[in-house]
Design a protein around this ligand. Structure first.
Ligand SMILES: [Zn+2]
Length: 471
């Protein structure tokens, strides 16, 4: 007896793409067979004719119910809002951040996140451990226990990002100490890498020059800063043996540094964002141009092309959002490069925009589309093959994409307030049906399931991914 049979679609599995039927029982995929090959009794047949069937998307980088820099009383949108947008957009797992603020240890940070997420999410979830500033030795000593508890990824910043912020950047000594623990216990470094000396100097110089309005953001967060910081982190990773995942790669130099490190056999991985591959620093000049901004910064057209080249040729491994969902009013409130708001509310558009821009407009193979939107994040963050694969034994996290859905995106298509930088974008194909662990979440444009559906998923990374470049 199967609960569901998904029939007639073009299915993307780890072994290839084909016209297969998928049998689902309870929360799991239990069988994959040639079309018509599953003869069990079936609760309900889902007609996937004409659709592309992919694993539920995994958003590896989401700041949910998070403090907003420069706005001490405000928070980004809560799990209920973000996870609802996620499942409408074909993403079934979100990875947020448990922040170890000064005076709080890793487990207190995880407890705090559990209080925000449990029973309040339509998608599955987990958290990276975010370690800040002068990371205390007792916190560094908790790293093995955190990995054991299912939280094997550790985010650090090499910059305070903007002036007058003093509690974010980890200096290299602390970074190396974290790397040693992470490398010894099968964890992964998650690094926001920019050179703080360069960034802070450039803020000061731009102010002195009277070029401080936000259209100059990319002149403070530069290609040189990314280049130097990536290479410094890669050297530290090589010395310590720590596998490292660079978040939001924005510059061609970042892609190049990752490519060179991987050519030496180092387990170095890179993420980019769907706004980085769709916009450039020229968009800062538009009315409300700051709505396109995510830190470090948008760069040039040449960089944008280099990011696509990296995704298509295996130098970059995930398409993320750096989800940071605020109101439009707050997003565009800052006027200077030191008081704007980063991130955007892209979780709903990530799968669909990547399909249009990657598969349709650039000929990306479907298998690679699945890798960068789901499977690689699952491999790197320790969710694979439970997540990120349409295979027997995997969770039945399944999304149908309708490749015939061609339209101009409007706010009426989206489920998150109250703006979208994707309004007016031409899309060719969009996620139309979402299942999470055997439960239909979105069908016929309507939300099913409830806030208790999403669960915390313990993570454990396959050691081969941490030993050498494996995706
Ligand atoms: Zn981020």
């Amino acid at each position: 007896m199967l609960d569901y049979l998904i029939h007639g679609g073009q299915v993307v599995t780890p072994g290839g793409v084909g016209q297969w039927d998928i049998g689902i029982r309870g929360e799991k995929i239990v069988a994959i067979a040639e079309a018509g090959g599953l003869t069990d009794e079936v609760g309900r047949v889902i007609d996937a004719g004409g659709k592309i069937v992919v694993p539920g998307g995994i958003e590896p980088h989401a700041h949910v119910a998070a403090p907003i820099m420069g706005h001490p009383d405000a928070e980004t949108a809560p799990p209920a809002d973000v996870s609802r947008a996620a499942v409408f957009g074909g993403t079934t797992t979100l990875v947020d951040f448990a922040i170890q603020f000064p005076g709080r240890d890793i487990f207190a940070a995880i407890e705090e996140r559990n209080g925000r997420w449990q029973g309040q999410s339509y998608s599955d979830f987990s958290y990276h451990c975010m370690l800040l500033d002068a990371i205390p030795s007792d916190v560094i000593l908790q790293i093995p226990q955190a990995i054991e508890a299912g939280f094997p990824t550790f985010k650090i910043f090499t910059t305070n990002i903007r002036p007058n912020v003093h509690d974010r950047m980890a200096r290299l000594g602390h970074v190396v100490a974290v790397m040693e623990e992470v490398a010894a216990h099968n964890g992964l470094m998650v690094v926001h890498a920019e050179d703080d000396d360069i960034v802070q100097f450039l803020y000061t110089r731009l102010k002195d020059q009277g070029t401080y309005d936000w259209t100059h953001m990319h002149r403070a967060h530069t290609n040189m800063s990314e280049d130097i910081s990536f290479r410094r982190i890669i050297r530290a990773a090589e010395w310590t043996g720590a596998a490292t995942y660079f978040v939001h790669v924005s510059a061609k130099e970042g892609v190049q540094a990752i490519r060179e490190a991987r050519a030496k056999g180092l387990p170095i991985y890179g993420e980019t964002l769907h706004n980085y591959v769709s916009f450039t620093a020229d968009d800062y000049q538009k009315t409300h141009g700051m709505q396109y901004h995510t830190y470090p910064s948008l760069k040039s057209e040449e960089d944008r092309q280099a990011l696509w080249h990296g995704l298509l040729h295996g130098d970059l491994h995930t398409m993320a959002t750096d989800e940071y969902c605020t109101t439009f009013e707050l997003k565009i409130a800052g006027e200077q490069i030191d008081n704007v708001t980063g991130g955007h509310n892209g979780v709903e558009t990530r799968m669909g925009i990547t399909y249009t821009e990657g598969v349709v407009n650039r000929g990306m193979p479907l298998q690679q589309y699945v890798d960068i939107t789901s499977a690689n994040a699952a491999r790197l963050l320790g969710l694979y093959p439970r997540k990120g694969a349409i295979a027997p034994g995997s969770d039945a996290d399944i999304v149908l994409i309708d490749p015939t859905l061609h339209k101009t995106l409007s706010m009426a298509d989206l489920h998150i307030s109250d703006y979208s930088i994707w309004e007016g974008w031409e899309i060719r194909g969009w996620p139309v049906w979402t299942m999470l662990r055997g439960q239909i979440m979105v069908e016929d444009g309507r939300l099913h399931g409830d806030l208790g559906t999403g669960q915390l998923i313990p993570r454990r990374i396959d050691p081969t991914v941490l030993a050498r470049p494996m995706c």
